[in-house]
Design a protein around this ligand. Structure first.
Ligand SMILES: *Cc1c(COP(=O)(O)O)cnc(C)c1O
Length: 366
């Protein structure tokens, strides 16, 4: 079976983890600082603050926005539950706008239609490794004085007009096991604002500014040096890994471009995709439905993933939640019904990719 994602950790990770183990210092320490420095230079920001997960990165970023009860965050309905859970955890109202089917990200025009006088944060999700249309979204946030929080969990090193994700607003990255850089569990918040970075560091560590000097009610959102030791070498290799993902995506696109009933992903002008996922849509004019397509791929030894099978708020716990304001989101619903992610990870061989292409073509009758 060709897996839809794969992680390879090498000798450098082993050596780094052993060094930490032998040092006897397992909790947050110098290796976390090293990871933060590498991450800030990856995102092109002055600061990076490492935390325990992508979810806690989002919660902490929202908490430093100083939201009042009733304040609203506009986000994408086509995302992982963590995006929504973080908004609720931070005590804000989650309001949804539709996505664009060109990039599967929050659509600025739809977001403009759901603004209210309580909108404080706009939170685009850079889905599958492709940044949202940040030119339009930054413009919208500036117009109304809203803060931008980027859910960049899937988009390490992606760019818009040469600017990295995580540098437009408060950048929130995940280092979960399947992400483009992993520490098993982990997250990072990026910012170029000195005082925001300082507040995030305090918030992460029980609200403590100096030993036993508590200035806010904080959390334990710390990352450990053991985890950072797994992440540091991968940030060093990320350029190479992303190039491999980009080459793999190109090969899939040239092999599948003429397949009827399939919409391939594209890279809008000015944006640099880092291909966390290569996601196609199986449209109603094709010979079979999406779920059958996935089942036939599995029979052919090709792993595939459905991210995500529904819009994020379509569960009883959210539909009845007092902090959730749902919306009519036909494009997100169409995407959820049609998307399939094919293997694009950096450890695929050309033969693997050709196997994927042949299987897809045969199943689609091309
Ligand atoms: C993975 C992910 C998160 C959450 O990250 P964790 O590290 O798993 O907490 C948030 N948003 C999106 C879009 C993700 O893919």
């Amino acid at each position: 079976m060709i897996p839809v994602s794969a992680v390879r950790l090498g000798e450098e990770e082993e050596r780094r983890v052993l060094d930490v183990l032998r040092s006897g210092h397992l909790a947050q320490g110098p290796v976390v600082v090293e990871l933060e420095e590498l991450f800030a230079s990856l995102a092109g920001t002055r600061h990076a603050v490492a935390v325990s997960s992508g979810t806690t990165a989002l919660v902490a970023a929202l908490e430093v926005c100083d939201l009042e009860p009733g304040d609203e965050v506009i986000t994408s309905p086509f995302t992982f539950a963590a995006t929504l859970n973080a908004i609720l955890e931070a005590g804000a109202i989650a309001r949804f706008a539709d996505i664009s089917l060109d990039d599967y990200c929050l659509d600025a025009k739809s977001a403009a239609e759901v603004l209210t006088d309580r909108t404080r944060v706009i939170m685009p999700v850079h889905l599958y490794g492709l940044p949202a249309d940040m030119t339009a979204i930054v413009g919208l946030a500036d117009d109304i004085g809203a803060t931008l929080v980027e859910d960049a969990a899937q988009a390490h090193g992606a760019e818009v007009d040469g600017r990295r994700t995580g540098s437009f607003g408060l950048g929130c990255f995940s280092l979960y096991a399947t992400k483009n850089v992993t520490t098993g569990e982990g997250g990072v918040i990026t910012t170029s604002d000195d005082s925001t970075a300082e507040r995030l560091r305090i918030l992460r560590n029980q609200g403590m500014r100096a030993r036993y000097e508590y200035v806010i009610a904080g959390h334990n959102y710390r990352m450990t040096d053991l985890q950072a030791a797994v992440g540091v070498p991968q940030i060093g290799r990320l350029g190479e890994m992303t190039s491999a993902r980009r080459r793999n995506a190109d090969r899939l696109t040239s092999g599948l471009s003429d397949v009827a009933g399939l919409v391939l992903p594209s890279e809008p002008v000015g944006r640099r995709h880092v291909w966390h996922q290569y996601t196609v849509r199986v449209t109603p004019d094709g010979p079979l439905g999406r779920d059958e397509f996935v089942a036939r791929l599995a029979e052919a030894g090709v792993g595939a993933g459905i991210y995500y099978p529904g819009v994020v708020f379509d569960h009883e716990c959210y539909l009845t939640h007092p902090q959730v304001v749902v919306a009519d989101v036909p494009r997100a619903r169409a995407a959820a019904a049609q998307v399939v992610s094919l293997p694009v990870h950096p450890h695929l061989s050309d033969e693997d990719l050709d196997t994927v292409i042949r299987a897809v073509r045969r199943i689609m009758g091309s």
